[in-house]
Design a protein around this ligand. Sequence first.
Ligand code: SF4
Length: 313
Amino acid sequence: MKYRFHSFTELMEILHTEQIALEEYALKREAFIWGIPENAVRDEVDRRIAVTRRSLIKGLADPQRSRSGLTQGAAVSYYGAARRFIHSPVFRRAAAYALSINEVNACGGKIVAFPTAGSCGIAPGAIWAWWDTYHSDTEPETAVLLPGIPEMIDPPYDPKLRGAFLVSSLTGVLIAQRATLAGAEGGCQAECGCAGAMAACALGYLEALSTGDCFSAAALSLKNTLGLACDPVAGLVEIPCVKRNAFIAVNALLAVDLTLSGIRSVIPFDEVVLAMKQIGDVMPAGIRETASGGLAVTPTALAIKEKLDTSAD
Ligand code: SF4
């Protein structure tokens, strides 16, 4: 089987030639690359899924407060808020879970870089939101009202859930091969934008969409994050990163919601990735993780930085 591909088009040709499903191909490819049996890949993927679940629960069980004070338990505040505009359980969960996982990262907790630490809440948050809403063992009533969530911290996981994580990872591979996953190179479109595409593809897979439609949803999500600056306040992966994880998890869900309505991306996935690369190439250095432009040089951000620098002396 061919494991090298440089585009979604090439990947589709392989899937068609080999008559193999996307998640199965992703699994075999990992086994080939690492030179390990497929069962070992399953175990490793499950181990990482468990880490995402633990971080999700940790951030919702206790408000996460970072040393800088910039992270203040937003996941707990949002998850428990009585007043809300968004009533859809899957949307609310995706936002809360993405916040939760990324707040754990901001506080130095254990997460899975997905594809990076700054964007770690988006794809796992969206996947787990779908799972807890549509596939959990909780009573439908509980699933709608959102309070307790099953722990599910112990592998092995359901093959469908594992498949969603594998498909998501393969989407990241496609973007990494033609563009970049680094905010320092391509801005936040490369980190959170890519994570949104990874989430959309996984959600499409969970919804049993065709592979073409999964990547159309990924294209829709990625298109709407093109040009996103990386301008973290005081150089810390907190502002805008933490809340951006929630926004982009919801962006990915909307991309799949649109796809379920029959709406497709006019620009194919491969071309959107190349556009992302092109935009990243012309981005000024000030908005490529140098914390010397954009939000990072607003008066409030500069005052925060000065205060943090003084307290560190
Ligand atoms: S703003 Fe920069 S540091 Fe923050 S998540 Fe995006 S790419 Fe990462």
